[in-house]
Design a binder for this molecule. Structure first.
Ligand code: ATP
Ligand code: MG
Ligand code: MG
Ligand code: MG
Length: 485
């Protein structure tokens, strides 16, 4: 089943259960001091859970563009190394705002997966919250009993606070959750180790696909829990993971969500993506290709939603992701010219129907990425050479923070990129030394009354008074402007 149809089926299914279908909120958040990017479907509805404001319907469903690269939910280090965590992904979700609760949420999730999509029931496991005495939240007996109507007891796993108590961030709405996992291993593998032992164990083929959160609490700034005025349902299902399960493949990158991008990377660079038993060298190429196919989505959607790469805040997060992709291409795929920008057309062709903004902004996104790549490529080679020298001169296994700062300051190497390259060589980075060098420079430039300059015109990351509503024109780097409301 094509991924597009899976997305449609999800929305149609919940529409048939009287849910209002709404568009995805932008991936970039401008007015939430606790969150930089949308990291889950519920973020745009947060205020409704808290009882501030009334939702347009008590039942809503959508697919939300999410980005998990900062804050409480940060998957960046996993991306490309594993095959099921992305920076940007789609989260299919259905919500009840003070309407239905556990029973309908569980019944419909099960109905959708096993009847509508006809996923094999014998591959599914579910988990429920085991309870937490310290926080005075009990074992979720109700969810356990509801699941027992569908699955054998040995397929119900009790999960701890980390896996089965969902929180958006350090503060905000939260509650116990019940998750659905799918076991995609071969029959032989399944005979050897029961799937229940691998649930929540980071096994690449026993993966969590859907989280049903029963929102009952608000985590306050002081860390305590308070009861919300009403009970709500908030579910989130990884679209790419569901596509993997539905398409009978063992990696999100082997679904039709990613194959067009991967093929395009192969065409541009001449490298090939090898699925079966890659050796160590080929695996490095595979990781690079996965990282690039992943990162272009994050960067392109963020730009289309109004977040330009910049030197601060959310803009710097986007710049870091892009630079990471560029360096993977440069080092492992021999890509010495801008190439990420060329993937935008493939992405737009594939995602444009569901996310028209990527088509509307295609030219601008392409240009911004190209300029950004060019700027980084101008110094990347020299920076990598300097890093080689530094490594050669390093005694022990920790590289100087001062040198890492030089790479950042002169060659535009984000600190996490330097750390990543060092990790590939089994080295560590003196992060405290880096921070100290950074602080020293800030103090110096403040004393000199200097204004920090970026290689892009700065568009303020958090322009609360002037929310982004579209780009005007792009002729060169200096004419990026925003419409003001
Ligand atoms: P995991 O344990 O695999 O990291 P999670 O528990 O952090 O996932 P949730 O916060 O429960 O994820 O989000 C709901 C769903 O979104 C998950 O069940 C999963 O299918 C999907 N999902 C979460 N993080 C990612 C990601 N980085 N890339 C792709 N899909 C994801
Ligand atoms: Mg996670
Ligand atoms: Mg989890
Ligand atoms: Mg989860």
């Amino acid at each position: 089943m094509k991924s597009e149809l899976i997305r449609k089926k999800f929305l149609n299914f919940f529409q048939s259960k009287q849910h209002l279908i709404v568009p995805s909120a932008p991936i970039v958040l401008k007015d939430d001091p606790t969150l930089m990017f949308n990291n889950s479907g519920m973020a745009q509805f947060k205020e409704f859970f808290l009882g501030n404001g009334t939702p347009p319907s008590k039942r809503i469903a959508d697919t939300q563009k999410c980005l998990r690269v900062s804050g409480k939910h940060n998957d960046l280090e996993e991306v490309g190394i594993d095959t099921y965590h992305h920076t940007m992904f789609e989260m299919l979700g259905n919500w009840s705002f003070g309407d239905y609760f556990k029973k309908d949420a569980i019944d419909w999730a099960w109905e959708f997966l096993t009847e509508e999509l006809k996923l094999d029931k014998s591959l599914l496991y579910v988990s429920v919250f085991e309870g937490n005495a310290a926080e005075n939240v009990p074992f979720d007996q109700e969810a356990f009993d509801l699941w027992k109507r569908y699955v054998a007891e040995d397929r119900i796993i009790l999960g701890n606070k980390k896996d089965n108590f969902w929180e958006m961030g350090d503060q905000g709405p939260c509650g116990p959750c019940s998750e659905i996992h799918v076991d995609l291993r071969s029959a032989e593998e399944r005979a050897q180790t029961p799937g229940r032992e691998l649930v929540n164990a980071d096994h690449p083929h026993v993966v969590e696909i859907w989280n049903l959160v029963f929102m009952e609490f608000n985590r306050k700034a002081d860390g305590s829990l308070e009861k919300l005025p009403e009970k709500h349902v908030d579910t989130g299902m990884g679209f790419e993971r569901l596509s993997m399960a539905m398409q009978g493949v063992k990696s999100n990158y082997d679904t039709d969500v990613f194959t067009p991008l991967i093929q395009k990377v192969e065409t541009i660079t001449g490298a090939s993506y090898t699925k079966n038993n890659p050796n160590v060298e080929q695996e490095k190429i595979n990781i690079a290709i996965r990282v690039i196919a992943d990162h272009v989505r994050a960067v392109a959607f963020a730009i289309a939603d109004g977040q330009l790469p910049s030197n601060t805040g959310a803009g710097y997060v986007i710049r870091r992701i892009l630079r990471r992709a560029v360096r993977y291409g440069f080092t492992f795929l021999d890509a010495k010219k801008p190439f990420v920008c060329e993937l935008v057309a493939t992405l737009a062709a594939q995602m444009g129907e569901s996310f028209p903004e990527i088509v509307a902004q295609q030219q601008l996104v392409t240009n911004v990425i190209r300029e950004e790549e060019q700027a980084f490529l101008r110094t990347l080679d020299q920076g990598l050479q300097l890093l080689d020298q530094v490594i050669a001169q390093t005694k022990g296994d920790t590289v100087s923070g001062q040198k890492a700062f030089e790479l950042y300051d002169t060659f535009g190497f984000p600190i996490d990129l330097t750390a990543l390259i060092l990790r590939e060589r089994n080295l560590k980075l003196d992060e405290a030394g880096f921070e100290a060098a950074m602080l020293e420079q800030k103090t110096r430039s403040r004393a000199a009354g200097e204004v920090t300059t970026a290689d892009w015109v700065q568009v303020n990351d958090r322009e609360l008074d002037n929310p982004f509503v579209g780009y005007d024109s792009l002729t060169n780097e200096t004419t990026l402007v925003r419409y003001r409301k």
